[in-house]
Design a binder for this molecule. Structure first.
Ligand code: F6P
Length: 466
């Protein structure tokens, strides 16, 4: 089978480039090894694009990276418009932030159709296509329209919300009906998969039996594939990173002070305001912790053209200034707030230098920062993970200190507990989490999905086309 992986954002194999995290960083090591072709957006747009206008095709490990310029006329409506102002808030249960227009939906459909035409270049009898994430819900249906009968898999990296929430997007039926063109639809958690099955039954009147559902496209399978990380690779990277100048500077700056770390894109789903609020509260209820712990919050700017994101960025800057003003001293800053990205290597070193990892999203498909923080720890003296129970990762990392990110007082108390946890308990919790990470790595996730895709497709004959 010749695998073609498709995602909006791709990652390049350059160890020192800043990473925005998420799926691109996670897929890089495994796609490199697999020999797959990875197709994605070049990040550039053009007026006169043609399906053959791949900006670049370069080698990537045993395979290739093919980057496509997207049509200028539709890009804004697709990316900032429908994908990130309608779908993203809906998928993260923020119906108050859903903003839709027919024009944006049209742009989303156009870009999906354009990508489908471009993918024809890689279509051959042995090809299987694995499409990633909410940017391409309708890509599979467009490919079927073009006559593609090959295996088509889809994996959603975000949560899939309750049926009434996704129904807040006026085009929900069209979107979900199109998704059934995929042979296999994968989710991060049982809850997401269950929500999707409930939607199919209640909104589309379909029968879902043992993870199979029939539609005009044939039979699709729906299943759960929690994404993992390259545990041993990340652990080794964290160990090596100790000598990186940025990591040494961070360690030197601590003067015996302990460090908590948060690493996130600036996104309302990440619970950043609540997290900073919890540190504010922590210094209020335990003033003895002043000067003995600080939070390093790396807050990478994201989707700045969307009002909800630029507002959040402003709000966070104000909040951090206030908290630092309230609790800080001439020679001590409680919140070290950095609005930029760092390379995977430097992040790995930062995680290892921090005694507490704070990963407290309001909603998250998986959250790989949680897994990376755990993998980066020194086995002899591991740090403590404070993890939101609303991150997909909480299903596996259940020996982290689980918190409700809406409960600011509770989070503050839990951070204090993390800081005073004896080393035997830290090690016990950490070892249990490492065992879970080893049981489900990025490699087993990748192989497991591909195997399930082959099986799911076998049941689909030439009657596949509408
Ligand atoms: O699943 C969500 C996701 O696709 C992640 O891979 C990543 O963290 C984020 O969204 C990337 O967003 P963007 O490409 O808009 O920066």
């Amino acid at each position: 089978m010749d695998l073609v992986v498709v995602s909006n954002r791709v990652a390049r194999a350059k160890a020192n480039e800043p990473m925005t995290g998420g799926l691109a960083a996670a897929l890089l090591p495994v796609v490199e090894r697999s020999g797959a072709i990875w197709v994605g957006s070049s990040g550039r747009v053009r007026d006169n694009v043609s399906k053959d206008s791949f900006a670049e095709i370069e080698s990537l490990g045993a395979g290739a990276l093919a980057l496509l310029d997207l049509p200028a006329a539709h890009y804004g409506g697709y990316y900032e418009g429908f994908a990130n102002s309608a779908l993203w808030p809906a998928l993260h249960s923020r119906t108050d932030l859903i903003s839709v227009s027919q024009d944006n939906y049209q742009c989303y459909r156009e870009v999906n159709a354009f990508m489908a035409r471009a993918l024809m270049r890689f279509n051959k009898p042995s090809a299987a296509f694995w499409i990633q994430d909410y940017h391409f819900l309708t890509l599979g249906a467009e490919m079927r329209e073009l006559g593609v009968r090959n295996p088509l898999g889809f994996f959603l990296h975000t949560p899939w919300p309750a049926r009434r929430v996704i129904a807040g997007v006026p085009h929900h039926r069209d979107l979900v009906e199109s998704m059934l063109a995929y042979d296999l639809i994968g989710f991060q958690t049982e809850d997401d998969c269950e929500n999707f099955a409930t939607y199919l039954r209640a909104e589309l009147g379909l029968e879902v039996e043992g993870g199979s559902v029939s539609s005009r496209f044939g039979t699709s399978r729906i299943a759960v594939f929690p994404i993992g990380i390259d545990v041993d690779g990340f652990a080794a990277q964290a160990q090596r990173a100790a000598s990186h100048p940025d990591v040494s500077r961070l360690r030197k700056s601590l003067h015996g002070e302990r460090l908590a770390i948060g690493v996130d894109r600036v996104d309302y789903s990440k619970g950043l305001v609540n997290r900073i609020g919890a540190f504010d509260r922590l210094f209020e209820i335990q003033p003895s912790l002043k000067r003995s712990v600080s939070l390093l919050q790396i807050a990478t700017p994201s989707r700045g053209g969307i009002e909800a994101y630029s507002n959040l960025q402003d709000e966070l800057s104000r909040q951090v200034t206030e908290v630092n003003g309230r609790h800080g001293e001439v020679d001590w800053t409680p919140i070290r707030y950095l609005s930029k990205g760092f390379s995977q290597t430097v992040l790995a070193g930062f995680y290892r230098a921090a005694q507490v990892g704070v990963v407290t999203p309001l909603h998250d498909g998986m959250n790989l920062v949680a897994k990376e923080y755990v993998a980066a720890q020194n086995p002899i003296d591991p740090g403590v993970l404070v993890l939101s129970k609303f991150a997909g990762a909480a299903n596996e990392l259940d020996t982290a200190l689980l918190v409700n990110p809406h409960d600011i007082d509770g989070m503050a108390r839990t951070i204090a507990t993390a800081l005073s946890m004896p080393s035997t308990e830290r090690r016990m919790r950490w070892e249990a989490m490492m065992a879970k990470l080893r049981a489900g790595t990025i490699h087993s996730w990748f192989a497991g999905f591909i195997e399930a895709l082959e099986t799911a497709h076998t049941g689909m004959g030439p009657s596949l086309l509408p």
